[in-house]
Design a protein. Structure first.
Length: 218
């Protein structure tokens, strides 16, 4: 039977979380909101609307959400041509592909941003499908992104492993019924990832690659 290795992208395969922190912070600052960077960092991994709601509250002026999201996208887009892949991200995906896993990306990115991330990873030959923000109605921590990723490759949850760097990833994976692995390269503490559902936590893609024989991706 087929097996699926589902990966988050930002902070898991590409070293972008702190770029998101700075650009979201600047977008909020420009709109007159004083949101500390540590709070933004904890919210990275949520879709734009959910991130804004998480940081500004449900009683905010929701008519300003689109402007905040657009400002963040414009600020972040300046980095598209130099997004850095995390160490051994591409080789990890290729190793799994070569071992018979169907590799799927499940990300809140879409459009040009997703294209820039895929160029950074440089492993399109190993990626079977991508579930992006454009494909789902609810982002993480809802299970829909992971469930859609599995639907794209026709693999049941019990034959899948999800790798991510945030508590939102772990919660989405657990709700989708898949085994979850965490990585620390997004900046979230090990304990937080474990409490959110990670059965094992690795430093980064390179550490996971070196540990594959003893991992859930063996």
């Amino acid at each position: 039977m087929d097996r699926a290795a589902v990966f988050d992208v930002d902070g898991t395969l590409v070293d972008t979380n702190h770029l998101h922190v700075v650009t979201w912070w600047e977008a909020f600052r420009q709109a007159g909101h004083d949101v500390p960077m540590h709070a933004v960092h904890r919210a990275v991994g949520l879709g734009s609307t959910d991130l804004i709601a998480h940081l500004l509250g449900e009683d905010r002026d929701r008519e300003r959400d689109a402007g905040l999201s657009a400002a963040h996208k414009t600020l972040y887009a300046q980095y598209f041509d130099r997004l850095p892949a995390l160490r051994d991200a591409g080789p990890l995906l290729r190793r799994l592909h070569g071992s018979g896993w169907k590799v799927v990306l499940a990300t809140s990115a879409g459009g040009a941003e997703l294209g820039a991330l895929r160029r950074a990873i440089d492993a399109d030959d190993a990626i079977a499908a991508t579930a992006s923000a454009d494909d789902v109605t609810e982002g993480k921590p809802a299970p829909e992104p992971v469930e859609h990723a599995l639907d794209l490759v026709g693999v049941p949850a019990e034959r899948a492993v999800f790798v991510g760097d945030t508590v939102w990833d772990m919660r989405a994976g657990r709700r989708a019924g898949v085994r979850c692995l965490g990585v620390l390269c997004g900046g979230i503490p090990r304990r937080d990832l474990e409490e959110a559902g990670a059965e094992a936590v690795y430093e980064d893609p390179a550490h996971l690659l070196a540990s594959l024989p003893d991992s859930a991706l063996a």
